[in-house]
Design a binder for this molecule. Structure first.
Ligand code: HEC
Ligand code: HEC
Length: 166
């Protein structure tokens, strides 16, 4: 009995030694250079000047609605917002155009602002099922979720096909 156990133990130890030797050998084979650790193509020690990218210049009413990343994703802002920022507690110009619950379900005229959807009038924390007639303040800072698109190329190509528009 005793002998059988020690034979098993010896085999186990031998296997462990072989495994750790293998791991050390493969780690030594593919050392990671500091330049290869991030998405930047430059050395981590370089201080590159970032390229300048710009936002679209279409004004509200001229913008072309952008495809949605996936169903339920906050739509990207299709127009210039430089004149409407910053959003402060005193001033939110986004609401001036987008707070139009009366337009829900109606066909929008060309150039009309898309009404904020019923989800923005629902207190998801305290009364999730109830659509109110007031925008819920948790949505006040639009830029928390909605962003305008720049002409910056994607750092990593995205092959996820959503095909979702609205
Ligand atoms: C002067 C009116 C006006 C103001 C102010 C305005 N918008 Fe818009 N917005 C529009 C119109 C009109 C559209 C329809 C598409 C277009 O013309 O770009 C639109 C489209 C959008 C869309 C795209 C909706 C979709 O279905 O894809 C988002 C998101 C949006 N606006 C967010 C904002 C945010 C956030 C602000 C404030 C920083 C803002 N808007 C300020 C008029 C306005
Ligand atoms: C917490 C995140 C969040 C905030 C803050 C937020 N939104 Fe949205 N918004 C969304 C999401 C997610 C959608 C798409 C899903 C949906 O309908 O709820 C959306 C949809 C929209 C749409 C498209 C409606 C349609 O019928 O296609 C408009 C316009 C919009 N939001 C405007 C605004 C404006 C203006 C503000 C600021 C007053 C704002 N949102 C704040 C997440 C947000």
């Amino acid at each position: 009995m005793c002998n059988r156990y020690s034979a098993i133990l010896i085999r186990l130890f031998a296997a462990m030694i072989l495994m750790s030797a293998g791991a050390a050998a493969s780690a030594a084979g593919q050392a990671i250079r500091p330049d290869d650790t991030g998405l930047s193509k430059e050395s981590v020690f370089a201080v590159p000047t970032p390229k300048v990218y710009s936002y679209g210049t279409a004004q509200p009413g001229e913008g072309k609605v952008l495809p949605r990343a996936y169903q339920g994703a906050p739509p990207q802002i299709s127009h210039d917002i430089s004149e409407f920022l910053p959003i402060t507690s005193q001033s939110n110009l986004c609401i001036a155009c987008h707070d139009q619950p009366g337009e829900w379900g109606k066909k929008l005229e060309a150039g009309a602002a898309t009404p904020m959807p019923p989800s923005h009038y629902t207190d998801l924390r305290n009364a999730p099922g109830k659509v109110t007639d007031q925008m819920i303040n948790a949505r006040f800072n639009c830029n928390l979720c909605h962003v305008a698109q720049t002409n910056a190329p994607a750092l990593v190509e995205n092959t996820f096909p959503s095909g979702h528009r609205r």
